[in-house]
Design a protein around this ligand. Sequence first.
Ligand SMILES: NC(=O)c1ccc[n+]([C@@H]2O[C@H](COP(=O)([O-])OP(=O)(O)OC[C@H]3O[C@@H](n4cnc5c(N)ncnc54)[C@H](O)[C@@H]3O)[C@@H](O)[C@H]2O)c1
Ligand SMILES: [Zn+2]
Ligand SMILES: [Zn+2]
Length: 381
Amino acid sequence: MSEGKPITCTAAVAYEAGKPLTVEEIVVDPPKAHEVRIKVEYTAVCHTDAYTLSGVDPEGAFPSILGHEGAGVVESVGEGVTNVKAGDHVIALYTAECKECKFCKSGKTNLCGSVRATQGKGVMPDGTSRFHNKKGEDLLHFMGCSTFSQYTVVADVSVVAIDPKAPLDKTCLLGCGVTTGYGAAVKTADVQKGDTVAIFGAGTVGLSVVQGAHVRGASKIIVVDINDQKKQWSLDFGATDFVNPSKGLKDGQTIVDKLVEMTDGGLDFTFDCTGNTDVMRSALEACHKGWGQSIIIGVAAAGKEISTRPFQLVTGRVWKGSAFGGIKGRSEMGGLVSDYMDGKLKVDEFITHRRGFTDINSAFEDLHHGDCLRTVLDLSK
Ligand SMILES: NC(=O)c1ccc[n+]([C@@H]2O[C@H](COP(=O)([O-])OP(=O)(O)OC[C@H]3O[C@@H](n4cnc5c(N)ncnc54)[C@H](O)[C@@H]3O)[C@@H](O)[C@H]2O)c1
Ligand SMILES: [Zn+2]
Ligand SMILES: [Zn+2]
């Protein structure tokens, strides 16, 4: 039994910004009170991991263990943990849910204040790390998850048990991308039957918004992407139209003009899934006067700001944002997993690549290719 003892295992360590990860043996301490040690079975690589590794994230700290789209099995739990037990199949949650803080109790948001400060600093709630390299140096945690390690330790508020029948090599995607986009459509925007919707950026997040809008019965689902390879995927996930703004516009026509023309005055909902602040402006301005809402999901580069003429808001357009799709991880993940198991939520379709864990640096390369939605890594290989 490994319970109560340190575990030596393989992890991919980010020692320095802009450098590949170092795959090496590390030591993972046992979980302290209100902590959970997870044997990570599968993890995908999300753009936020690449963003932090690139060094442009001002909050990125090194050396650290990245990864936040992962699923596995609980190995052991610390004192006082009641929500999961050894053997449970779980998904790590970068948006914690304590059910007790002001945010959790507000009924207005999925943000939770319980572990926010220490999570941002890359340490556990007691201010220390559970990861050490062979030289004895501490390695930082990341987004409260650190799934790029065969074993990880997370706070009990940052993990949810799921149906053990659900395949972990698929459900790991519910840890970020799929949930973020789908939730943004069905929760944050709460798209209704007949609504018109435009999605900028057809990666895993954008296509998940398409899926959510389709499930809700949106009458028009327009995908805007500069990569034509995204057209077929968009249609497969339920889009009704695809526009490539780098070639599908008439002389002098902007993407806003084009969308307004296609929808008799603008859209009920638009979503930015690119992280580009110019795209965010277009997304807002393509909304219908009086009621159109634009939801920002993309993470912009450090220091970037959004702008528009205030008149756009005075005349009734609404700008909002969404983190993790507005989904409360511990209360609502079970519903998403059962929708997936019932065939109502597509997840498998996002997996375009699979690799062994030690090939993780190639998975980061995959992200930059237009033919990749998600690469799933098998931590046993
Ligand atoms: N808010 C959250 O909780 C949350 C969670 C996960 C990811 N994100 C962010 O969401 C964004 C999308 O993530 P993803 O994994 O789907 O990324 P992705 O890179 O796979 O997809 C982005 C898509 O946008 C397209 N694109 C780029 N520039 C464009 C432009 N100017 N106009 C139209 N299309 C353009 C690309 O061709 C690509 O298809 C990222 O910024 C990511 O960091 C946010
Ligand atoms: Zn992510
Ligand atoms: Zn809370």
